[in-house]
Write a protein that binds this ligand. Structure first.
Ligand code: ADP
Ligand code: GLC
Length: 480
C-alpha cells in the first residue's frame, strides 16, 4: 500500500505545532506496519540548507488565468520515507510557514491553493501511483476537491482515495470570494453545497464534502465538532458527513519524548528512579534565571502557541494570585501580540517567580516539560493535544480543561485514593481553573505520597502510536 501525506508541516523541518509532530511520527509507524509512505510539503526557504535534490523542473500548473510552473525537490528521510518539496519561490521563499505575530501572510489563500494544485501536477508529472492521499488540515483540503472535479476522469489519479485529517477546526482557510477563479473549479461549487461559506470561500469545507473519509485526532473532538459550540460554523456540514468521520487519538513518538533518553535535558530519569527529575527542575530554574528556593515550591510550566484556543485569557487574571501563593511559573510560547505583551508585562512584575520566553525553542520546551512539577493546558478547545501527553511521560502532572483530546487522555485525580493522572476542570472560566490549580497545589504541598502516586500513574500511561497507526491502516484498507 502506498500513501502520500500531503501536509504543510513535518517536524523538525517545518513545525508550528502538533501537526508537524504527527506528520513526522505517524509515517514512521506506518512504515513499520508495511505501508510505503511518502510526504509532500512546500519548499520553505530554510529547507534549502538541507541540500535537497531537484527531481523535476518546470511542471506546468494552471493557476487561475495564469500558466505557472513548479519544481519538485526531494530529500530522503529515515525509514525509507521520501520527502517531496513543492518549490515556487514567490509563494514559499518566506521566513515563516504562515506569517508573523502581526498576522498571517496576505496571500495564504493563493499559497496553499497553489500547493494543492501543484501537488497534483507533480504527481501527474512523476508518473507514480499512490493508493491514498492522506491530506492534513485546510492547507491540503483542496486536493480531494480536485480529485472529484478536474481529475474525475483522469486515467490514474481518479482512482486514488482521499483521507482528510482535521487537526484543528479553528483554522479553515476562509478567503474572500475573489480567490475562487484562481482555484480553477467549476463555478457551481461556489454555492452552499460547495465551498461557499457566508459569501467567502472555505477550503476546509470543500475537503469535508469531497474527501472519501475524514478523521480528527481524538474521539471526543470528533463528537464536539458536530456541535454548535465547537463547530466554528461547520458543525452542520460535519453532521451531514458524520458517517464518514472518525476520531483517532494521536500518539507520542517516545523516541523523541522520553525522560530516559531525552538528549536535551540535564539528567535522565524513570518512574523507578526520579532523582534526575529534581536535577532537571534545578537546571530549568537556572536556565530561566529563577531562584533555587523554588525547588521546594510547585513549579508550573506551559509550552504553547499563544492563541485564543489555548486558554491564556483564563490564566492571565490568575497569575497574581499564583504569585501570592508562592507558585513558580515558566511559559514558553509565540503567537498573538496581545498575549505576548500581556505575559511579558506580568514577567516584568514578578521576575523572581516567573519567566516568560517569547520564542519557538525546542530545547527549552523539553526542559520545561521535564523540569516543571505541573503542566498547564487550560484550552478552550483541544483536538488532541500532545504536550499533555509528553508531560505525563515526564511525571509532570497536567492541569487541563475537560475538552477534546484532553478529556480522552487525562484521568482526573482522586487525592483520597491516589488514582488519576492530572487535574481537570469543566467551565471555561478563571474560577474553575483556579479551583483545579488549588487542588493540585494542595496535593503537591501536603500529600507527598499521593503526588508520588499520581506521578507514577502518569509515567505509566502509554500513548504510543501503535494502536492509532493500526486504526489509520484500517481506514486506508476500508477505502481501498
Ligand atoms: P498545537 O498543535 O495546537 O499547537 P499540541 O499540543 O498538539 O498543540 O502540539 C504542540 C507542539 O508544538 C508540541 O510539540 C510543543 O512542544 C510544540 N511547541 C508549541 N509552542 C512551542 C514553542 N514556543 N517552542 C517549542 N515548541 C513549541
Ligand atoms: C492541532 C491541535 C492539537 C493537536 C495537533 C496535532 O494543532 O490544536 O490539539 O494535537 O493539531 O493533531
Amino acid at each position: 500500500m502506498k500513501v502520500l501525506f500531503i501536509t504543510p508541516e513535518v517536524a523538525p523541518l517545518a513545525k508550528s505545532g502538533g501537526l508537524g509532530d504527527v506528520c513526522e511520527a505517524l509515517p514512521k509507524v506506518l512504515v513499520d506496519l508495511g505501508v510505503q509512505v511518502d510526504i509532500v510539503i512546500p519548499f520553505y526557504s530554510w529547507i534549502k540548507e538541507k541540500g535537497p535534490t531537484l527531481i523535476k523542473e518546470d511542471i506546468p500548473v494552471s493557476f487561475g488565468w495564469r500558466q505557472l510552473t513548479v519544481d519538485v525537490y526531494q530529500l530522503q528521510l529515515k525509514e525509507n520515507i521520501r520527502l517531496f518539496l513543492i518549490a515556487r519561490d514567490e509563494f514559499f521563499d518566506r521566513s515563516f510557514i504562515y506569517g508573523t505575530n502581526k498576522g498571517g501572510y496576505f496571500d495564504n489563500g493563493e499559497r496553499f491553493a497553489f500547493f494543492a494544485q501543484a501537488v497534483l501536477a507533480a504527481v501527474e508529472a512523476l508518473g507514480e501511483k499512490w493508493d491514498i492521499f492522506h491530506c492534513h488540515d485546510w492547507q491540503s483540503a483542496l486536493v480531494p476537491v480536485y480529485l472529484k472535479t478536474r481529475y474525475f476522469s483522469h486515467p490514474v489519479i481518479s482512482s486514488i482515495k482521499t483521507l482528510l485529517t482535521i487537526h484543528n477546526l479553528g483554522y479553515q482557510g476562509v478567503f474572500p470570494s475573489q480567490i475562487f477563479p484562481t482555484l480553477n473549479l467549476p463555478s457551481h461549487l461556489f454555492s452552499i453545497d460547495g465551498l461557499e461559506f457566508w459569501g467567502q470561500v472555505n477550503f476546509l469545507k470543500g475537503g469535508i464534502i469531497f474527501a472519501d473519509f475524514l478523521t480528527t485526532v481524538s474521539p471526543t473532538y470528533a463528537k464536539e465538532i458536530q456541535t454548535q459550540a465547537y463547530g466554528f460554523g461547520l458543525d452542520g456540514v460535519l453532521r451531514v458527513y458524520a458517517c464518514k468521520l472518525k476520531g483517532i487519538l494521536n500518539g507520542v513518538d517516545y523516541r523523541e519524548w522520553n525522560p530516559e533518553t531525552d538528549p536535551y535535558i540535564a539528567a535522565h530519569f524513570s518512574k523507578e528512579d526520579l532523582t534526575g527529575k529534581r536535577v532537571c527542575k534545578q537546571d530549568l530554574l537556572q536556565t530561566c534565571g529563577l531562584p533555587l528556593d523554588l525547588m521546594q515550591r510547585p513549579l508550573f510550566g506551559m509550552v504553547t502557541r499563544l492563541v485564543d484556543q489555548k486558554g491564556i485569557d483564563l490564566l492571565l487574571p490568575l497569575i497574581e494570585r499564583m504569585m501570592h501563593r508562592g507558585i513558580g511559573l515558566i511559559i514558553l510560547g509565540t503567537g498573538e501580540k496581545k498575549y505576548e505583551k500581556a505575559l511579558a508585562q506580568m514577567f516584568s512584575s514578578y521576575p523572581y517567580q516567573m519567566y516568560v520566553k517569547i520564542a519557538f525553542n525546542e530545547v527549552l520546551a523539553h526542559k520545561i516539560i521535564a523540569g516543571a512539577d505541573i503542566f498547564l493546558m487550560p484550552s478552550r478547545y483541544e483536538a488532541c493535544g500532545l504536550t499533555q501527553l509528553y508531560s505525563l511521560k515526564y511525571g509532570t502532572i497536567p492541569i487541563v480543561r475537560n475538552t477534546g483530546g484532553l478529556a480522552d487522555t487525562v484521568e482526573d485525580a482522586d487525592v483520597e485514593k491516589g488514582t488519576g493522572t492530572g487535574f481537570k476542570f469543566n467551565d471555561y472560566h478563571p474560577d474553575a481553573l483556579w479551583q483545579a490549580i488549588k487542588r493540585a497545589v494542595d496535593c503537591f504541598q501536603n500529600k507527598k505520597s499521593v503526588w508520588y502516586n499520581l506521578m507514577q500513574n502518569a509515567m505509566r500511561s502509554d500513548f504510543s502510536w501503535g494502536k492509532s497507526a493500526q486504526a489509520y491502516l484500517e481506514v486506508y484498507r476500508g477505502l481501498i
